[in-house]
Design a protein around this ligand. Structure first.
Ligand SMILES: [Zn+2]
Ligand SMILES: [Zn+2]
Length: 341
């Protein structure tokens, strides 16, 4: 029996397929805004979205938690269904074709991972606290992948209003869907193509080259490496890879999670120090949970600090005109690490 995430009074969303870009978009009317609400506040800061009182501080204002770490008032991390979900649980997957178009109902799950402290973001967490967060990501992933129709689970975190965090209280989100997002699809396709041509994993080859070169590495422990990618899309882009080839994030063992948490904590502290608490988005790219083999894929974590505003050229081409080489960005990040450790 699927775990029902019944959210009263929220209309179902739908997924629409773009036949040209071959990508899906979500039309989530449950999150509907009046047109005038799309006007951005003039002042952009982390403070925008502060509620008084904050409804993430008070769990009683939320739907019952799916997972709670800590007891009663001493809770540390809570996972609650999103009150304004992009996806909601339905009982069946309805697909409809309309001329050249296609749509399905927005079946899925949308959860919010709330860490207790209103002021403290991940860059200020201890490594142990980051590890607890990674444990929670994995625990919910393993639960959600059991649900019917779920083929992909996305874990992401928006920090700061400019990066899309509409609530100031630190939180991550988990979305479980029947469809694979275009960003991951591109990543899967690219990896598969290389694998067929070279019989090797592109990510493993990239990691080997980056470790040999050394200039883009910002942190390394026995099992993980954090770096600024060779072809960074944005200035100060960061990635964390497991050194060993592995397609599935959810299969991480306890020691690997501890080392991933150490690398994640180091990366977050460096970016905070280097750019003075910038807004950013991070997410985990992992192979879909649709039961297929993904021997060509190598799961990883990616972080995009909001270091620039995408204007016409960037939006139309998807290419950012970067103002700093990844090697220089990595050097600056490393210098901040030495200052702080
Ligand atoms: Zn709060
Ligand atoms: Zn690999």
């Amino acid at each position: 029996m699927p775990d029902k995430q019944l959210v009263p009074d929220v209309p179902a969303s739908e997924l629409r397929f773009d036949p040209v870009s071959q990508g899906w978009v979500v039309i989530a009317t449950g999150r509907a805004k009046k047109p005038e609400q799309f006007v951005k506040p003039k002042e952009e800061s982390h403070g925008v979205g502060e509620e008084d009182p904050c409804f993430f501080c008070d769990l009683k204002t939320q739907l019952p938690p799916k997972l709670l770490k800590g007891e009663g008032d001493n809770w540390k991390i809570a996972v609650v269904p999103n009150k304004y979900p992009a996806f909601t649980c339905c009982f069946s997957l309805d697909e409809q074709e309309i001329g050249p178009y296609k749509k399905i109902n927005g079946l899925g799950f949308h959860e919010v991972v709330i860490t207790r402290d209103h002021q403290k973001h991940i860059g200020q967490f201890t490594v142990e606290e980051v590890k607890e967060l990674v444990d929670v990501y994995q625990e919910r992933y393993l639960e959600l992948m059991k649900e019917k129709f779920i083929n992909y689970i996305s874990i992401f975190h928006n920090h700061g209003y400019a990066a899309g965090a509409s609530v100031a209280h630190p939180h991550s989100q988990i979305i479980a869907t029947p469809v694979i997002d275009p960003g991951l699809s591109d990543s899967l396709d690219g990896s598969e193509k290389y694998f067929h041509q070279h019989e090797r994993c592109i990510h493993c080859d990239m990691i080997a080259e980056d470790l040999k070169d050394g200039r883009r590495i910002i942190f390394e422990n026995e099992k993980f490496v954090a770096l600024c990618p060779f072809a960074s899309k944005v200035a100060f882009e960061m990635r964390i890879y497991p050194k060993e080839h592995h397609a599935f994030f959810e299969q991480l063992g306890n020691e690997e999670k501890a080392q991933f948490a150490e690398a994640l904590s180091a990366a977050m502290k460096m970016i905070d120090a280097a750019l003075q608490d910038p807004p950013y988005n991070f997410f985990i790219h992992t192979a879909p949970c649709n039961g297929k083999e993904y021997e060509h894929y190598h799961w990883h974590w990616e972080c995009f600090p909001k270091t620039s505003v995408w204007a016409g050229f960037e939006l139309s081409t998807g290419i950012e005109i970067s103002v700093i080489e990844p090697e220089k960005a990595a050097e600056f990040l490393r210098s901040k690490r030495e200052d702080r450790f």
